[in-house]
Design a protein around this ligand. Structure first.
Ligand code: ADP
Length: 815
C-alpha cells in the first residue's frame, strides 16, 4: 500500500549537507503494526514525515497504492494528509487555546464537515480513547497520557488508513505507555500503524513488524513484505464511501476558527484591538474636527459673504489699485552695491492711475444680463441672493401721526439745539432683506410673527425687527419706532422694556419723498410741503395716501453666526423697494421732471451745466429711480469657490465688451479673506498630514501585531498543516483573524472617538464659542471601520503569507 523506493533525503544547512536518509526501500502492508527502531539521529522522524507527506524526499519515489507521487502537487499532499494520514507526536502537539473536543474536530473543520457531524464524530473518537468526560477541558488541564490520547483521537477522527506515531510514549511513564500502546494496537487491527520508538521491549510486545534503521539505512526488518499478496482493493475507497471530501476550508470556517481563537484570548484581543484602534481614534477625531471645522468654515464663509457680497457700484474708483500704486514696491535691483540713488515714480503713477481708475458701470445692461433665466439656473448654487440697490427716498411716520402734534420718526427730525441729532441721522435703521428666505432663516431665529417672504404678497408691507443676542434694540431704533421719547433718548432713566406684542402692535406710515412735492398753485413749479399749520391738512392727506407698514416678524441672530446679512435693525422686502420706486415714479413732480429734463421742476429755470444743481442731483433728491437701472448690485456668493465662479462669470461678460461697457468692481472680500483662506488651507493640509501619519502608524502596528501572532501560532500552523490544512487555509485563518481584529479595532476606535468628541467640544468651547465643532459624520463610521479592516488585512497579508509558507516540519518543532 505504501512503498518507499530508494528514498534519499538530504538536509542542506549552509554548506553542510546532512544525509538523513541514504536510500531506503520499504513496502508496508495495508494492515500491520510497524515499529521503527534506531539510534537518535538515524533518520526515523525524517522517514515518518516523508511517509506522512509532511516533508519531501530528495530522490527516490514514494508510491501510494502502487502509484508514484512524483507528480503530486502541494494540494495533493494536503488532501493525502487530511484524508489518509493521522499523526501522533511525542509532544502531543495540541492547540492549547481550544477545547479537547475542538482539537479533535480540527481535521474535520478543515475539510468543511458540518458542525453537528464534527461534534458527533469527535465525541466518538474521544470515547474510543476513554476521554468521554474531558470533552470541554482545555489540553493543559489534562495529564500527559490523556493529552496523548487526545492526540490519538485527533489522528483517528478522519478514520485514516495510516497512523504515524513519532515516539508516542517517549514522554510517558511505563504504565501510561502501556495504555497508549494498547490503544494503538487496537487501532492497528484494521489499518497501518507506523510507530517510531526508542523502546525495543514495547516494540517486541506490540508490533507485528520491527524495522531497524541506522545512519539513514535500513539494517533490519523482521517481517519484510514484497507487495505481492495485497489485493488491489484500496482502503481509501473503503474509507471514503458515500463521502467525497476535499481538504479545503471555507472562509466562513476560517472566520469561525479565528473568532474562536480570538474568543479564547479575550483580554489579548481587546488589548490588540485597542492598540489598533488608537490610529482609528486619531483619524476619527481629526475627521470629526476637520469636518466640523470645515462645516464651520463653510458657515463662516456663507455668513461673511452675506455681509461682504460682491458689490458692483455704478461709479467705481479702484481705491485698492490706487493704494497699491502709491506703495509701489517694485524696483530694478534689490540692495544694489553701487552708490547711485534713483527715483520712485509714485506721484506720476498715482496721477495716471487716478485718471483711469474712475469708471461708470453700465448696471442697466448688466442687470438685464443677470436677470436672464439661463444664467440664474446655471449659477443657482453659486449665489444665495442678488440684490439690486436703489437710492430710494422715503420717510417713516407713526400710524397715529397727527401733523399738529407729532414729528416724523425717520429720518430723524431732531431740533438743532440737540447736538447728538446730527450723528443720529447717520444711523442706518431700515435695510432691505435679502431675497432668500432660507438664508435669512439660517442666520436669524424667529421669536415672534413669521419670516417675511418675498413670494408672499401680503408681506410687502411688513417689516422685521431684528434684536441682538440679548434681545436688545438700539435706543435710537426704539425712538424711531416711537417707543421712547426724545427726552428719554437723551436722558435715559429707569428700566426700559417692551413685550413682543408691543413691537408687533407697531404700525407705521411710509410716504415716498416725492409725495411731499406739490404744485399747489398749479404753475408747473413744485414746492416742498413743509410742516406748517397751514399745511397740516395736506400733510395728513399725504400720509393717508402712503404705505402702511406693520411688524411681521421679530428676529434674532442665531448663536455662533459669525456674520449676518443685515446692518440695520428693521428689515423690509425688495418688493417694498419696487413699490416705493413705482409710487415715486407716478408722483406728479416726478412725471413733470422726467417730461422736462432740461428744466428744474423746483425753480422752473433751466439746468445750468456744471452748476451744483443738475438734473441728476434733482432726480436723486426726488427719489427718482429706474427699476432697470440699480445704483449698485450686490451678489451674495455661497462660498469662496462660488465667488470665484461668479467673478469668472463677470470676466466672461467683460470679455467682448469695449472698455466703457465693462463691469468693474473691487473685490474687497478677496482682499479681506485671502489671508484667512491661506490659513484655512494650511490647517486642512496639516490635518490631512496627521490623518496620513496615523494611518501609516496604525497599519504598521497592526502588521507587527499580526506578525507576532504568526510567531506565536507557528506551532499551530504546523499542527494545522499536519492534519491537512493547505497553505491557503493557513493564510485564510490569519486573514480572517486580521479582518476580525480590524473590525474590532475599527468599531472600538469609532466608538471611543464618538465618546471623546464630547470632552473635545467642551474644551474647544471653553476657548472659543463656536458651538459643536467635533462631530463624527455618519458615513465616516462605515468608512473608518472599512479602512481599519482593509489596513489590518493589508498589514496582515505579509505575516499571513509568512505563516502559510512555513515548513510544517519546522513549524511543528518550534516550542
Ligand atoms: P531521528 O528521528 O532518528 O532522531 P531525524 O530524522 O530527526 O532522526 O534526523 C536525521 C538527521 O537529519 C539528523 O542528523 C538531523 O540532525 C538531521 N535533520 C533532521 N531534520 C533536519 C532539518 N530540518 N534540517 C537539517 N537537518 C535535519
Amino acid at each position: 500500500m505504501i512503498e518507499l523506493r530508494d528514498i534519499k533525503k538530504d538536509y542542506l544547512v549552509g554548506d553542510n549537507v546532512t544525509k538523513a536518509l541514504k536510500g531506503v526501500s520499504l513496502h508496508f502492508r495495508k494492515n500491520e503494526f510497524v515499529a521503527i527502531l534506531g539510534q537518535s539521529g538515524c533518520g526515523k522522524t525524517t522517514m515518518l514525515n516523508i511517509i506522512g507527506g509532511l516533508d519531501r524526499h530528495t530522490s527516490g519515489d514514494l508510491l501510494i497504492n502502487n502509484k508514484s507521487t512524483t507528480r503530486y502537487k502541494g494540494s495533493d499532499w494536503d488532501t493525502y494528509r487530511n484524508r489518509s494520514i493521522g499523526f501522533v507526536f511525542q509532544s502531543y502537539n495540541l492547540i492549547n487555546h481550544i477545547s479537547v473536543l475542538a482539537n479533535v474536530e480540527l481535521a474535520l473543520t478543515i475539510s468543511g464537515v458540518s458542525a453537528k457531524e464534527r461534534k458527533r464524530r469527535a465525541s466518538e473518537a474521544l470515547i474510543r480513547v476513554g476521554l468521554e468526560d474531558k470533552l470541554t477541558k482545555k489540553p493543559h488541564q489534562l495529564s500527559n497520557g490523556q493529552m496523548q490520547r487526545v492526540a490519538i483521537a485527533r489522528a483517528l477522527i478522519n478514520d485514516p488508513e495510516i497512523v504515524l506515531a513519532d515516539e508516542p510514549t517517549g514522554a510517558l511513564d511505563t504504565e501510561t505507555s502501556v495504555q497508549i500502546m494498547d490503544i494503538l494496537k487496537e487501532i492497528a487491527s484494521d489499518r497501518l500503524v507506523i510507530m517510531v520508538t526508542h523502546n525495543p521491549e514495547l516494540a517486541k510486545i506490540y508490533a507485528t513488524r520491527i524495522i531497524r534503521l541506522a545512519d539513514g539505512l535500513v539494517i533490519g526488518d523482521n517481517n519484510p513484505y514484497d507487495g505481492q499478496k495485497e489485493t488491489d482493493e484500496t482502503p481509501i475507497e473503503r474509507l471514503n464511501k458515500g463521502q467525497k471530501r476535499k481538504a479545503s476550508m471555507s472562509f466562513l470556517t476560517a472566520l469561525s476558527l479565528s473568532f474562536r481563537n480570538l474568543g479564547t484570548k479575550k483580554s489579548r484581543t481587546i488589548l490588540t484591538s485597542f492598540a489598533g484602534s488608537i490610529g482609528i481614534i486619531g483619524i476619527a477625531l481629526i475627521l470629526s474636527l476637520s469636518s466640523g471645522f470645515s462645516d464651520y468654515i463653510y458657515q463662516v464663509q456663507v455668513d461673511t459673504l452675506s455681509t461682504y457680497p460682491i458689490t458692483i457700484e455704478k461709479d467705481t474708483t479702484n481705491y485698492w489699485e490706487l493704494i497699491r500704486s502709491v506703495r509701489n514696491n517694485e524696483g530694478e535691483v534689490e540692495y544694489p552695491d553701487d552708490e547711485v540713488v534713483s527715483s520712485n515714480p509714485i506721484t506720476s503713477t498715482f496721477v495716471t492711475q487716478l485718471g483711469t481708475s474712475g469708471h461708470v458701470n453700465d448696471l442697466k445692461t448688466f442687470k438685464s444680463h443677470l436677470d436672464q433665466e439661463e444664467l440664474r439656473v446655471e449659477y443657482a448654487d453659486d449665489f444665495s441672493a442678488i440684490q439690486y440697490a436703489y437710492d430710494i427716498k422715503y420717510q417713516i411716520f407713526s400710524s397715529t401721526y397727527s401733523a399738529s402734534e407729532n414729528t416724523r420718526l425717520y429720518p430723524f427730525n431732531i431740533p438743532a439745539e440737540i447736538n447728538a441729532g446730527r450723528y443720529l441721522d447717520l444711523a442706518s435703521i431700515y435695510d432691505e432683506l435679502l431675497d432668500n428666505r432660507s438664508l435669512i432663516e439660517s442666520q436669524y431665529e424667529l421669536l415672534a410673527g413669521d419670516y417675511l417672504d418675498v413670494a408672499n404678497e401680503d408681506d410687502q408691507n411688513k417689516v422685521a425687527i431684528i434684536l441682538d443676542e440679548y434681545n436688545r434694540l438700539p435706543d435710537y431704533v426704539l425712538f424711531s419706532l416711537n417707543l421712547i421719547s426724545l427726552d428719554k433718548l437723551i436722558n435715559p432713566s429707569g428700566d426700559v422694556s417692551f413685550s413682543f406684542s408691543d413691537l408687533l402692535d407697531i404700525k407705521l406710515k411710509m410716504p415716498v419723498i416725492a409725495q411731499f412735492y406739490q404744485d399747489e398753485d398749479e404753475d408747473g413749479v413744485f414746492a416742498r410741503v413743509e410742516r406748517e399749520p397751514a399745511n397740516y391738512p395736506l400733510f395728513q392727506e399725504i400720509l393717508d395716501d402712503s404705505f402702511e407698514l406693520e411688524v411681521g416678524a421679530i428676529l434674532r441672530p442665531r448663536p455662533n453666526i459669525s456674520a449676518t446679512s443685515l446692518n440695520g435693525s428693521i428689515g423690509y422686502l425688495s418688493s417694498l423697494t419696487r413699490s416705493v420706486i413705482d409710487k415715486t415714479n407716478t408722483q406728479p413732480v416726478v412725471v413733470a421732471q422726467l417730461a422736462n429734463p432740461t428744466i428744474d421742476i423746483l425753480t422752473g429755470a433751466e439746468f445750468v451745466p456744471n452748476a451744483s444743481t443738475t438734473f441728476k442731483t434733482r432726480s436723486s433728491e426726488l427719489g427718482i429711480c429706474d427699476i432697470d437701472t440699480p445704483n449698485a448690485i450686490h451678489i451674495y456668493p455661497t462660498s469662496f469657490e462660488a465667488k470665484d465662479r461668479l467673478i469668472a462669470m463677470i470676466d466672461q461678460y467683460n470679455q467682448d465688451k469695449s472698455e466703457n461697457a465693462k463691469i468693474k468692481f473691487t473685490d474687497y472680500v478677496e482682499i479681506l479673506m485671502s489671508s484667512i483662506t491661506i490659513i484655512i488651507n494650511a490647517i486642512t493640509t496639516i490635518l490631512i498630514a496627521f490623518v496620513s501619519i496615523s494611518l501609516v502608524v496604525s497599519s504598521i502596528m497592526i502588521g507587527v501585531i499580526t506578525y507576532i501572532s504568526v510567531l506565536e501560532r507557528t506551532k499551530e500552523i504546523g499542527i494545522l498543516r499536519s492534519i491537512g490544512a493547505r497553505k491557503r487555509d493557513i493564510s485564510r485563518v490569519f486573514n480572517a483573524e486580521t479582518l476580525l481584529i480590524g473590525l474590532f479595532s475599527g468599531a472600538m476606535g469609532v466608538g471611543i472617538a464618538a465618546i471623546l468628541n464630547w470632552p473635545v467640544n467642551l474644551i474647544i468651547n471653553n476657548y472659543v464659542d463656536v458651538g459643536t465643532i467635533a462631530v463624527l459624520p455618519w458615513y465616516a463610521v462605515f468608512i473608518l471601520i472599512a479602512i481599519s479592516m482593509f489596513l489590518t488585512f493589508l498589514a496582515g497579508l505579509i505575516p499571513s503569507r509568512i505563516a502559510s509558507n512555513k515548513d510544517p516540519v519546522i513549524a511543528l518543532r518550534t516550542e
